[in-house]
Design a protein around this ligand. Structure first.
Ligand SMILES: [Zn+2]
Length: 292
């Protein structure tokens, strides 16, 4: 596949995730190099056509599909400090999803060779001229990268394409309010005329960008309402997850169910902390709407 030109110095290498390429003096800065057997070769070939060598890699967050090929691209990798251990340690990634080591095959995209991080940045920093924007909620240190000169922002997994949301049912977040706050921020960039690039989905601008943000936001509220309705009778997190997936008619596999447990548990924590539900022990840990 070929690079798609977005602006004077910005390009996009398609995929899921897509990779943002920013051409700077002396090389290319890659945002989310991605995963796959030959992806590093493909990206290198496309950079060579522009006379560029990879100079640095920036990661939006430490999920393996975003950074698996980074070690094969011979350019230092930078990530937010809250994502550091998840990027380097597959066990930390497993813990983030399961709270423990994961059953084999439940976390896709893992690279046995491992990933090495060379430096960290803070939100508000401008690594290689790109502004590091706090967009967490999908993961603790999720970062968007904004190119103010080109009015382009790569938002990682702070926003999902419609097709992805429809295939899984529930957008993936580990903290619901942060995820919504980040969607609000992405909306602000869209209102300012930025091209908004989700990792999994195509770039959007103007009305289309606003619609996609609103679609993601609406889905979080819809899932919340479904949960409140369902929890009229006490349910475990697993039962509620299955209930919501069936509502959206998405394919249920053990792996998908396990992944969707994560945002559902985050939703339950949010509802509990807001005093909307209570915890009960009834053949296991269950959750139920709080009256009163
Ligand atoms: Zn992710």
């Amino acid at each position: 596949m070929a690079l798609r030109k977005l602006g004077d110095r910005t390009y996009l290498y398609p995929g899921s995730p897509s990779t943002l390429v920013v051409a700077l003096d002396g090389g290319a800065v890659l945002v989310d190099p991605g995963h796959g057997k030959s992806r590093h070769k493909d990206i290198r070939r496309e950079l060579q056509k522009l006379g560029l060598e990879p100079r640095a890699q920036l990661a939006t967050h430490g999920h393996a599909d975003h950074i698996s090929v980074s070690a094969r691209l011979d350019a230092p990798l930078y990530i937010h400090r809250s994502e550091f251990s998840m990027a380097e340690s597959s066990l930390a990634r497993e813990i983030a999803t399961f709270g423990s080591a994961a059953p084999k095959g439940f976390l896709p995209f893992d690279l046995p060779g491992g990933v090495r991080v060379h430096g960290i940045f803070e939100w508000g920093d401008e690594p290689f001229g790109l502004k590091a924007v706090q967009l967490n909620g999908h993961s603790p240190g999720m970062t968007g990268f904004a190119d103010g000169e080109e009015s382009v922002i790569y938002v990682g997994d702070a926003l999902f394409g419609e097709r992805l949301v429809n295939s899984v049912g529930i957008p993936y977040f580990v903290e619901l309010q942060l995820f919504r706050d980040s969607l609000g921020k992405v909306r602000g960039f869209a209102e300012s005329g930025y091209v908004v690039i989700p990792s999994h989905g195509r770039p959007v601008v103007g009305e289309e960008a606003l619609d996609l943000v609103d679609f993601n936001m609406a889905r979080t509220h819809e899932v919340e309402e479904l949960a409140i309705e369902a929890l009229e009778k006490p349910m475990s997190a697993d039962e509620l997850t299955l209930d919501i997936m069936r509502h959206y008619g998405v394919e249920v596999t053990p792996e998908r169910l396990a992944l969707n447990f994560v945002p559902v548990r985050a939703l339950l924590a949010n509802l509990y902390n807001r005093g909307r539900i209570k915890a009960v022990v009834e053949k296991g840990l269950k959750w139920a709407v709080l009256r009163g």
